[in-house]
Write a protein that binds this ligand. Sequence first.
Ligand code: NDP
Ligand code: 2IT
Length: 447
Amino acid sequence: MAIDETLEHVWADVVTRNPGEPEFHQAVHEVLSSIAPVLAKHPELAENKTIERICEPERQIIFRVPWVDDAGEIRINRGFRVESNSALGPYKGGLRFHPSVNLGIVKFLGFEQTFKNALTQMPIGGGKGGSDFDPKGRSDSEVMRFCQSFMTELYRHIGEYTDVPAGDIGVGAREIGYLFGQYKRITNRYESGVLTGKGITWGGALVRTEATGYGAAYFAQQMLRARGTDVEGKTFVVSGSGNVALFAIEKIHQLGGTVVACSDSHGYVTDANGLNLDTLKDIKLVGRRRVSDYVESHPGAVHVSDGSIWDVPCDIAVPCATQNELTARNAAALIRNGVMAVVEGANMPATSSATSAFLEAGVAVAPGKAANAGGVATSALEMQQNASRDSWSFEYTEQRLEQIMSGIHAACYETAEEYGAPGNYVVGANIVGFLRVSQAMIAQGII
Ligand code: NDP
Ligand code: 2IT
């Protein structure tokens, strides 16, 4: 994917002004490679320098997070919140706690989030945050003390009308609980709309936990139907075994597909008959253990600790772990094995060369900003319920999620066609997101 010469100066500027941030460069490169046709059709976008402005986050916050571990030792982590764009609503996006977190990663995630949130058509801007804190192996009280320290700085930057964080890698219901408790304690406000992903009994929304994975499965269904086929009878490989992966597996099975492999950072497990989700949930959600334990109760399954999950043959690949987990070499293996579609549950899970290889081979690619948008869309539904002090049923909320995913699919599909790239969801998603954000920015002046 190449950048049109009219946008080369934007690219050069981004690289110069953001040294040492390869993931941010990669995310920007993909969008710049897609939007030349829309700039040609709408010259006001270039005149108003909307892409230049979107590439510069509105605000970037970096802070110290000191805490005390169970042994009494003082620990120091770094906290981030990048408030990328507020054209369409308050900054909205998750918090990631993982040792790999740095400013460039948070900026790429906030940049992606801006387009993703626009695709949902909900009133939310884009942002992302997190810390290089590693929750693995930490006790609940250590995680609580860390979250309390993190929120002691973050609270002054967020709010129902300002910035609304949620979960991401390493941040689930437990962490959101501790973060919300500390926000309430400092501000003396029960401000439900300040965080999403809350517990169901205290302001959370049904379906939010399942939403990202379910949404990705719905997107896969739409894509396959657009190609004249369906999920029924297809074989899937889903990487990861966290929040997104587990509920993608659940919905794929409900839709009649079979997921034969999933993974964590220590390897992958294959089960030719289809993975047993109860076992996986027990291992990952209840026990916070490793997928290698799966084989203990399923003797027909195999755990592989030193290979790639993408060598497992499948019809549809659903990467749900982390950025750049699927390389050109992995793409070649999948293509050789006859993959027909890639549905990105994670954010930017395929390297640029992997994505290009898929597109050249005629494999449909659903980019993360479209396929995993169900999570943040349902966060926006949680905000809607909080604002009206209401709570909706599981069935109604899931119906809304399904409608939103169909809307995103249709917008990407039709826009790709309109701009001369039929079937290219990467181009479709980037153009739709860019147009919606740009038009709102132009209406709001030079800000
Ligand atoms: P979780 O923390 O629940 O799970 C992450 C999973 O990915 C785990 O299985 C983890 O393995 C694996 N993983 C994470 N980092 C790495 C790594 N560096 N190398 C290998 N494996 C890794 O996170 P989520 O499921 O919430 O997030 C997964 C992806 O989906 C991320 O890209 C996130 O940004 C994206 N996403 C999440 C949304 C949400 O609502 N939660 C919404 C939209 C996108 P292990 O446990 O061994 O670390
Ligand atoms: O990447 C994502 O969209 C998320 N981690 C969810 C963000 C949210 O605010 O629900």
